[in-house]
Design a binder for this molecule. Sequence first.
Ligand code: G3P
Length: 223
Amino acid sequence: MKFFVDTADTAEIKALAASGLLDGVTTNPSLIAKSGRKILDVVAEICALVEGPVSAEVAATDYDGMMREAAVLRAIASNVTVKLPLTPDGLRACKALTGEGVMTNVTLCFSSAQALLAAKAGATFVSPFVGRLDDIGQDGMELIADIMQIFGNYAALTTEVLVASIRHPIHLIQAAKMGAHVATLPPAVLRQLYHHPLTDKGLAGFLADWAKTGQTIAPPAGA
Ligand code: G3P
């Protein structure tokens, strides 16, 4: 499973990329606004920090406008993934960009019918938002299960399911059990994955016992 981080905070991305476990980045207009920076500058900086796909979202809502913005975004770096809303114009732009060999991420997916349309449009990724469905009393993970089942029925559909709007590690684990291809995680959730109280307790115990030995791990004398 690929791990993307869902942020436009380049300091966070730099720190998380140092783990070697980060496969890509997703941004959206709200995250760019939160960064307080210009989209072209932020996306260029992220693309230099991470080798994998970096989603940058169009703001236009009509096909021609999306294609114009996509041309600007894709010129930033070869790992830019053009993010498009799940609308008729967005899917038309997705189909056209896919035909030109551009990576695409179709966002704001809330139903399996929408996911199927994105796959038919040749999207590289489709982003179902699990947390926002949970927020309105629907089961976000049920949508992931449905999409995985549907995509599994058709070998010709190559679109990867990018689970978005993740709120906590359980979303990630459930998505992984379903075989979802990618999860985009808020930085705080990505950091949470490392932690378990028994790891902390166990390490403290090992270090205390090790200190009693008076040993150090170093090359043997004369080596
Ligand atoms: O980037 C898309 C998605 O992950 C947004 O999540 O937390 O705003 O629902 P959220």
